[in-house]
Write a protein that binds this ligand. Structure first.
Ligand SMILES: *Cc1c(COP(=O)(O)O)cnc(C)c1O
Length: 404
């Protein structure tokens, strides 16, 4: 089992107070907190070897380039990616999805079909709608059940020779559902369709194996797994990354530029225009080191215990309803209390030092499905404790008494 007291000591922010109360941070699905080990890497970069990469002959530039490329290799190894150049550094999941959606503009035609799951984050819906507008392709929705599980029979029926792309999150940020992406990928491939999996919510809990999954594209944001904001990766199969045109033009992504004709750099640089988030990339690698030292399986086991405990405790509150009760889910609990607006609960919890998210969680179609304006979402990480769950439950009881 995890030594949570020791782990908590790694996170300076966890010992601060909010509104005079000890911080209880339960908004991990929006962004995770950063351990000192990662903060130290960021400080070291700016204190000792801040320089632009891939261009300088000088020592600092070499050092920064080496560390940045080492981070790429760490990421490659972590996700069992065949080749380092299949790891494209991005600013995060949103950027990765837009890069792919943009690239498919020239590869689709009118009447082609794209399948999207009913439980996607807006960042895995809107770029595809924009792609459909550009190409005349049609977006179809894989429906879900009241429990928040995809209806796989319906998915299999939607698939046809017209299906060109399928996108789905590995884990839903709003419901916590772990989706059967193995089945989704295999079935899509039988029709020659390309699959993009949004791994933003999964990466902190599951060590996804790109080669075993045989997925075509997979996106991750570092800030959801104890790394900094503004950096992430897009994994893409080499074949597809070679076929897709570049997303942005600029420095770093070219082989040769003249006013008559420009040729593009090899992978991964073709997709990495401009000066990247160098420090962020290096810190992303450090965040993976941190998580792997604890062990993702240990983390997942502990979090699932927290989920079970929190679910049991919360359900003892009269009128509390949980949205997302899939058989396979991670430590995300979206809920409402009958007759009370989620925002009002969130505001009172904040006064008590508890950080939760309220609203639609960038997944409005899910809220429409349940016919609710939003939910309160408590999302737990491996540095949270059962005592914090108790504090949350007690605070909700207080909020309820005040509001009803
Ligand atoms: C957070 C999240 C995103 C968006 O990630 P960004 O870092 O904001 O680009 C997309 N999908 C899911 C499932 C998420 O949890």
């Amino acid at each position: 089992m995890l030594d949570v007291t020791k782990i908590r000591a790694d996170f300076p922010i966890l010992s601060r107070e909010v509104n005079g109360k000890p911080l209880v941070y339960l908004d991990n699905a929006a962004t995770s907190q950063t351990p000192q080990q990662v903060i130290d890497v960021i400080v070291d970069y700016y204190s000792n070897y801040n320089a632009n990469i891939h261009r300088g002959v000088h020592a600092l530039s070499q050092e920064a380039t080496d560390k940045y490329e080492q981070a790429r290799q760490k990421i490659q190894k972590h996700f069992n990616i065949a080749q380092a150049h299949e790891v494209i550094f991005t600013s995060g999941t949103t950027h990765g999805i837009n890069l792919v959606a943009n690239g498919f503009t020239s590869l689709l035609k009118k009447g082609d079909e794209l399948l999207v799951s009913a439980m996607e984050h807006h960042s895995n819906i809107v770029p595809w709608q924009m792609l459909c507008e550009r190409t005349g392709a049609i977006l179809r929705v894989i429906p879900m059940s009241r429990e928040g599980e995809l209806l796989m029979d319906a998915y299999h029926e939607l698939l046809s020779d017209k299906t060109k792309l399928v996108f789905c999150n590995h884990i839903s940020n709003a419901l916590g559902t772990i989706n059967p992406i193995e089945e989704i990928i295999d079935a899509a491939h039988q029709f020659g369709a390309v699959v993009l999996v949004d791994g933003a919510q999964a990466a902190p809990h599951i060590k996804a194996d790109m080669q075993a999954l045989d997925v075509d594209f997979y996106t991750v944001s570092a800030h959801k797994l104890c790394g900094p904001t503004g950096v992430g990766i897009l994994y893409g199969k080499s074949d597809w990354l070679t076929k897709l045109p570049p997303y942005q033009g600029g420095g770093e992504m070219i082989a040769e530029v003249t006013f008559e004709k420009t040729t593009y750099a090899d992978l991964p640089h073709k997709f990495e225009a401009g000066t990247p988030n160098i420090c962020g990339g290096i810190a992303f690698g450090a965040a993976l080191d941190y998580l792997n030292a604890i062990g993702l399986e240990e983390i997942a086991a502990y979090e699932s215990e927290l989920l079970k405990y929190a679910t049991e405790q919360l359900l003892q509150i009269d009128g509390l309803k949980i949205y997302g009760t899939a058989a396979r889910k991670t430590s995300v609990i979206s809920f409402n209390i009958e007759g009370i607006h989620p925002y009002d609960i969130g505001t009172i919890l904040d006064k008590l030092g508890i950080a939760v998210r309220t609203g639609h969680h960038c997944a409005q179609p899910i809220m429409d499905f349940y016919k609710i304006p939003g939910t309160v979402r408590a999302s737990f990480s491996f540095y949270n404790t059962k005592e914090e769950v108790d504090t949350l439950v007690e605070a909700i009881r207080r909020a309820k008494a005040m509001l009803s």
